[in-house]
Design a protein around this ligand. Structure first.
Ligand code: NAD
Length: 435
């Protein structure tokens, strides 16, 4: 990227802000960061316009025969936000809260996330408005297959590659892969990622996001010249991302002093036994009743005086309301959107080093990329190879973002957006506008 990238902000077309209006809307948070980064870049207004609009939005009706013999019609969406850098990549969620606006914003988010770690993918997202917890396995399978058939023209290893998201999992990915393969008359494993390992999934995928968090925390501590050994860590959320990050950071010598889930948190200044906590969750489903530390609330966990805070549960847990009280030296955003845009300036003023979500939790999509590569090559890597390649990508990406943040004297979040937007914009400039 060239050094002098500034245009007067007046030449940047202002975004349509009809949607996403308040601080705690995670999509507004993302779009306001996009605008800040775009204003700092040499984006001509035409490319800004292109990047502000989704490439393709598909909305379909999904009729499903329910177990009681009634036909119910669900609404499904798939949005390809930008495919200039490669096939669209992004999850499919089944949830009552799915809307086309939300799916579009999440698809944009995927575009920046893939670009920041330099994967040859664009961004997409999909969803079906439904309550999967109230549906039988048979109903879910029929819903998944009909939704897949409805969006089949966009799907494909070279065009659009879904993955699991809220309320979808390996089993759903297996149904999508099978439906697509039946349509094209041969088995195509690379059409989705997050599949079971037995049918083309990648080793290391389950742990990839938490492992990626560990790698970027390691680099951040090194950058701030703080030793990993004995660094204190608090982790909010003890699911896939939080528990793996806690375990791997512990293995690197960090002291995990607090963990939490939806039932509450546990604090032990001497260090918690993370393996015992994981075993507790395996037995009881939640951390409730864990005896390895003193109880504390999720709010109090965020305000602990620790070296590293890993929010790995929900969006908008750090806002302008509590940012002033955050004492961590480093925040590694395992969750998507845990910090509101209003909190950014406060954290920056306090000198807190934030590793933004699009970088910190990109380990998951990176190993999804490895899965796609392995499926296409028909040659599968050992878990060690997967983990080493993940380490290389996360470490390199951290330093790419850090270098840009120093060059432009901006925080890591703005730098991450600048890097990804400039990567997407560069490809648009090179390709030109097809007429
Ligand atoms: P998960 O469902 O496995 O775990 C979520 C955890 O958060 C659980 O421990 C749950 O109890 C806890 N939680 C829920 N509500 C809470 C609350 N109010 N207070 C405190 N804790 C609460 O989910 P996950 O896969 O670990 O994802 C966590 C976050 O990371 C989400 O924002 C997700 O979008 C993001 N993320 C996940 C991946 C991935 O590969 N799994 C990749 C990128 C980003």
């Amino acid at each position: 990227m060239a050094t002098d990238l500034r245009l007067p902000t007046s030449t940047i077309v202002l975004p349509d802000k009809d949607r996403f209006l308040n601080e705690e809307n995670p999509f507004e948070a993302m779009m306001s960061r996009f605008d800040r980064a775009a204003a700092l870049l040499d984006l001509d207004p035409g490319i800004y316009q292109v990047l502000r609009h989704p490439e393709k939005q598909i909305t379909i009706s999904v009729p499903v025969m329910m177990d009681n013999g009634e036909v119910k019609v669900f609404t499904g969406h798939r949005v390809l936000y930008n495919t200039s850098r490669g096939p669209a990549k992004g999850g499919i969620r089944f949830d009552m809260a799915v809307t086309l606006d939300e799916v579009t914003a999440l698809a944009a988010w995927m575009t920046w996330k893939c670009a920041v770690v330099n994967l040859p993918f664009g961004g997409a997202k999909g969803g079906v408005v439904c309550d999967p917890l109230g549906m039988s396995v048979g109903e879910l399978e029929r819903l998944t297959r009909r939704y897949t058939a409805g969006i089949i023209s966009t799907l494909g290893p070279d065009s659009d590659v879904p993955a699991p998201d809220v309320n979808t999992n390996e089993r759903v990915m297996a149904w999508i892969m099978d439906t697509y393969s039946m349509h094209v008359r041969h088995t195509v494993t690379a059409v989705v990622t997050g599949k079971p390992v037995e049918m083309g999934g990648s080793l290391g995928r389950r742990e990839a996001t938490g492992r990626g968090v560990m790698f970027v925390v390691r680099e951040a501590l090194g950058h701030l010249q703080r030793p990993m050994a004995g660094a204190t860590v608090a982790v909010q959320g003890f699911g896939n991302v939080g528990s793996v990050a806690a375990r791997l950071l512990g293995q690197q010598g960090c002291k995990i002093v607090a963990i939490s889930d939806r039932t509450g948190g546990y604090h032990n200044p001497a260090g918690l036994d993370v393996d015992a906590a994981i075993a507790h969750v395996q037995r009881h489903k939640t951390l409730e009743g864990f005896t390895g530390g003193d109880a504390l609330t999720n709010e109090a966990l965020l305000e602990l005086d620790v070296d590293v805070l890993v929010p790995a549960a929900l969006e908008n847990v750090i806002t302008s309301k509590n940012a002033q009280r955050i004492k961590a030296r480093i925040i590694a955003e395992g969750a998507n959107g845990p910090t509101s845009a209003g909190a950014d300036a406060i954290l920056e003023e306090k000198g807190i080093f934030v590793i933004p979500d699009i970088l910190a939790n990109a380990g998951g999509v990176t190993v999804s990329y490895f899965e796609w590569v392995q499926d296409r090559g028909g040659y599968f890597w050992s878990e060690d190879v997967v983990n080493e390649r993940l380490r290389d990508i996360m470490t390199r990406s951290f330093h790419d973002v850090l270098a840009l943040s120093r060059q432009h004297r901006v925080n890591m979040r703005t730098a991450a957006y600048m890097l990804s937007i400039s990567r997407v914009a560069t490809v648009h400039k090179l390709r030109g506008i097809y007429a």
